[in-house]
Design a protein around this ligand. Structure first.
Ligand code: COA
Length: 249
């Protein structure tokens, strides 16, 4: 859209409890949210649907189109036969042991975000955003998350958040420095993270990957992740002079 501020992108996600659907609650909430985003100058709105055909119909009928698809999958740690991985010249430690190496861990994640297949790769992740959203995110597990060192330099990592009460962990980020890819390091980190997750009593690890992320999907297949559902990303650009529900003013 000519002249639009590329940063003013909005995101909406809503859910209506099963028993209260088909009464216009979702439509009304959605319109209110999009209206707000528009008033803040958003020129584009994105939403996603976690494997729910009703949600896909809801967005499609409002002019949103699918711009990305993620495979959500889970590894049952109780029955998983995790492969043995050895890589000479590298050492595994926990995230907790590398908390003083934030700059090096950030460098891994920056390259990972840029190279991660996505309809919109994250190319401008500053240190503060990474520190808040990834490194110091409260659920990140210092003991499950694994870091691979070459001598003392972190070169690959697998970050896991842990919900001990529910016995579920989530792979929030896996990445390897560009200079060190295809040496089995991400596989090494993910297997270590899965083993530690099992040791602390988690029963399941969940992850989501862009359908085009061949590398990560191949690694997850080798660990035994089984597909759960497809998460669709929907996007719509708001035309100038357009009201919240898509009608022209
Ligand atoms: C995906 C990523 C983490 C893989 O890291 P890596 O250390 O190179 O992976 P490994 O060397 O452990 O790969 C193990 C196996 O996975 C498969 N694999 C890895 N990368 C692949 C690719 N780009 N294409 C196809 N298969 C791939 C291969 O089977 C490989 O074994 P092989 O090299 O013996 O054939 C890395 O490419 C990366 O950082 N990408 C950007 C970040 C990202 O997409 N993260 C995942 C989302 S959280």
């Amino acid at each position: 859209m000519g002249g639009a501020d590329p940063r003013r992108k909005g995101r909406v996600w809503l859910s209506v409890a099963e028993a209260h659907r088909r009464r216009g609650i979702g439509s009304s909430l959605f319109e209110t949210a999009v209206d707000y985003l528009r008033s803040e100058g958003a020129w584009r709105v994105q939403s996603y649907v976690p494997g729910d055909p009703a949600g896909s119909r809801f967005l499609s009928s409002r002019g949103y189109r699918v711009t990305g698809r993620n495979r959500v999958s889970a590894l049952d740690l109780r029955g998983a036969a995790l492969p043995d991985v050895t890589t000479d010249g590298f050492r595994l430690v926990t995230l907790g042991e590398t908390r003083d190496r934030a700059d090096d861990l950030y460098a891994i994640c920056v390259e990972g975000e840029i190279d991660m297949p996505s309809d919109e790769p994250e190319t401008e992740m500053d240190f503060e955003s990474w520190r808040r959203d990834e490194f110091e995110y409260p659920d990140v597990s210092d003991e499950c998350s694994a870091v691979v060192l070459e001598e003392e330099l972190p070169v690959s990592l697998a970050i896991v958040t842990a919900d001990r009460e529910r016995g579920v962990g989530y792979n929030s980020m896996t990445a390897t420095r560009r200079s060190h890819r295809r040496r089995g390091l991400a596989l090494l980190a993910k297997v270590a993270a899965a083993r530690r997750a099992r040791e602390i009593g988690l029963e399941r690890l969940v992850t989501e990957n862009d359908e085009d992320n061949a590398g990560m999907l191949a690694i997850n297949d080798r660990l035994g992740y089984a597909p759960l559902y497809i998460e669709e990303y929907f996007t719509r650009e708001l035309a100038q002079g357009e009201g919240p529900t898509g009608q022209r003013w």
